[in-house]
Structure formats: structure tokens, C-alpha cells
Design a protein around this ligand. Sequence first.
Ligand SMILES: [Zn+2]
Length: 460
Amino acid sequence: MDNALVALFGIKDCDLLKTEEASENGKTYRRISLTYSGSVEEFCPNCGKKLYKHGTRQLNIVDAPMGGLPVNIDITFPRKRCLDCKTMWKPTFENIDENHKMTNRAFLDITQRSLRTTFEDVSNDYMLSPNTVKNVFVEFLEENKENLRFQTPAFLGIDEIKIKKLGEVTVITDLEHRTLFDMLLGRNQRTLTEYFMNLPDRENVLWVCSDMYRPFEKSISTAMPNAHWTIDHFHVVMKANEAVDSVRRKVQDSMNKKERIQTKRGMAYTLKTRRKGLTLQEAELIRNARGSAKYQPMAIAYDLKEAFFDIYDDNPSSKDNAMRAFDEWVQSIPKDEIYDKFRELAGTVYNFYTQIFQYWDCPIAISNGYTECMNRLIRENNLRGRGYSFEVLRGRTLYRKSNLNAIIKNGLAIGPQIDEYAPVFHFDSTKEDDEAYEDDDYEPFPEPENDGDTETKTTR
Ligand SMILES: [Zn+2]
């Protein structure tokens, strides 16, 4: 019997007393009763004196569901006590997590299931409360924290996302592999410096790409001494879109409500679309604006925005030419007050001049542009779970069922892959996965609604 129990449950040194289907609150489950049959200590491990019998106890644990039924296991075991030093002896069980009152494999299985379905569903499979399932999930991630780390990126992206009820979340990516690396709650110099100081192999980070957030400077130079800091062009050109918006709003200010709404509907999106992405209709809207005194500033703003994007697009390999193009662009901003937002953008570029143009020195093309797509998915993931705690959201976003085991066993893996034009966080499921789970096609992260050019058509 012993061998069968080892094979079925991984539990050694026990005999099977009985197995039966039982029910509780209308739910059927399998109850398995075992009794300890392993060796019993004769002498006190503490003082060496003789141990005396001290009754029996029962350990109640849950195991992974079998044959579609939740499994509960009772193990009866003896206790012994030293009369001299009062040391209590009891057997230790392999593969059982006595703290969580479950087998080790149930602990992993609950976590894996929680990555794919709701805590509620998992709790039904296990006859545990949803809250217990959630706690197991969070504790598993916490206990395996050291192993559940991805390889420190050489090209590291830092981005920020605001999540309802959680506030600011810093999203860290591996820009070389286009994978998610980590998420942390908050965004200030202290949090970031502390996080990066504790990053293993932090000296391996060569490039950090982020938005224009001055406190990064200190965090990066302190914690990642070999890293160059560069500003992601995505965040820079976004400012040009904001400037176009500001011009449109100012033009709309002089309109009546109806015209204002019409203009917004017709132009807001069009103005932020790249020239090459305009439909014939949209192109005509801009052409018409050019010829109308009232609308003209929007067309001029559009050209300024396009010219700003072109600083990057037309000079992919020459930093000098890009710098020159920027100078020319600054000169081309009309003096009128309505274009102040573009002058403001020029000022921002001067403020971060080194970091912005350092972008051209980076040996690989790095950009956080795709994180916009990822950020939306993090938000959606959060919506689906309605008010996840940060730890739950982080776990559900960073880890997939199929990679959890692999990370724990081998460490050093890369995070979930992010691909602009495909479902995010896709992982090839292993063969083992497919056999063990029928619900493998469950996809907790919905596909992006719009698989087009998210970089230029995103509104913030
Ligand atoms: Zn003793």
C-alpha cells in the first residue's frame, strides 16, 4: 500500500485506512483516511532521554482534485513527549505543506489554476473559500519570490500606468526580448532606487529607456552604474500629439457647442494620425482646414506634429542629422500664442537633450511603444478581477501556468512575451500541460481590440 500512496499522493510512510465519497454543503468530495506507519523516535532529539507516548493527532489536508472531485486527506499520527525537557516529537511528512494544510502539489496547482481562472472557480474545485485560494496564490508568489525572478535585462524599460484603486504602478520591461519583467507599486525616487539596488546583476543593465521623469536620473545612476539613460521616443512624440490637441481645443473655444462637438468628432482622431495612416476622407479634412482661416491653425499644428515625428523617422541612423532637424523644427514654430504647447515641447526636449538624443547611440532599437498595448492588458486584467490587490494583479500579469514550474526549477527565464501584433503574453503550452488540463484554451488576457498601429493612434 505504501508504494501506491507514494505514487498517488507523494505521501510516504502511511497506510490507507479507507477512501470514500463524502459530501458537505451539498458538494461531493473524496475523503481519504491514512494512518502513519513509519518509524517512531525512541529518544528525545533534544536531550536524548526516553520518549513516551502522548496520544494521537489528526492532520487534515487537501490535495489536488482527482477524477473531478475535491480531495481531502486525514492522516492519523502518534505523538511522543520527553518527560524531562518536555520536547514533543511527531513525524514529519514529505511533500506536505503543514502550514497551508495541503500537499505541496496542491499548493502549486492552486497557484497555477489561479493564473487561468477565477479564485471562485478554483475554490469550488478544492472546497476551499475563494479567500483561502487567493491567500495561497499570494503566499506562493511571496514564498517563491527569489526563484520567480526573470533574468535582469540588459536593455530595461520603465513605464508607468495608473490603475484605479491601486494608483501608480511602475512597469518594468525587457526591451531586448520584448517581455514584461516586473511591476511595482508606486513611483518615486526612493521606491525605485530601493528596487533597483536589490536587482540581481544590476551592473549588467546597459541601457534604461523611460519617459521624462527626472527622479529616474538618480535612481539609475545610483543602482545601475553601467547604464545609459535614454528617453523613449514614444514618450517624446506623444507630447507632439498633446500639442496638436491643445491647438484644436483653442480653435474650438471660439465655436458654438454644435460646431465644437462636430470639430472634435471630425478632427481629434485625424489630427493624431500619422500622414501615411490617413484615409482619403481624413486627408481631405486636413486639406480643407488648410484653406479655412478658422481651421488653419489645426492644419499648421498637424504639420508641426508630423515634422516632429519625422525627426525620428527621417533620421534613424544619424544623431547629428536628428539634432539638426530638431533645431530647424524649433525655428519653424510660428510665433502665435496658440502654438505655445509646441514651444513647451521644444523646452522639454532641451531639458532632456542628452537623454533624448542618446537614443541614437543605443546599439539596438529600443522602445517602450509596445508597452501601451501591454498597459491596456494589465488594466483589462484588473477589470476582470474587479479590484485585485497589487500582488494578485502582478502575479496574474507576470506569470503563466506553463512557465511557473519552469521558473521555479531553473530560475533565470525571461518574462511573458509582448508582441504588438498578436495576443499578449502568449506562451507555448508544454505537452504535459495539455494532458493535465482540459481548460487549456482558456485565455485570461483578451486580444487587443485594435491590432493596428497602436503607437500613433493611441490617445492618452
Ligand atoms: Zn528531552
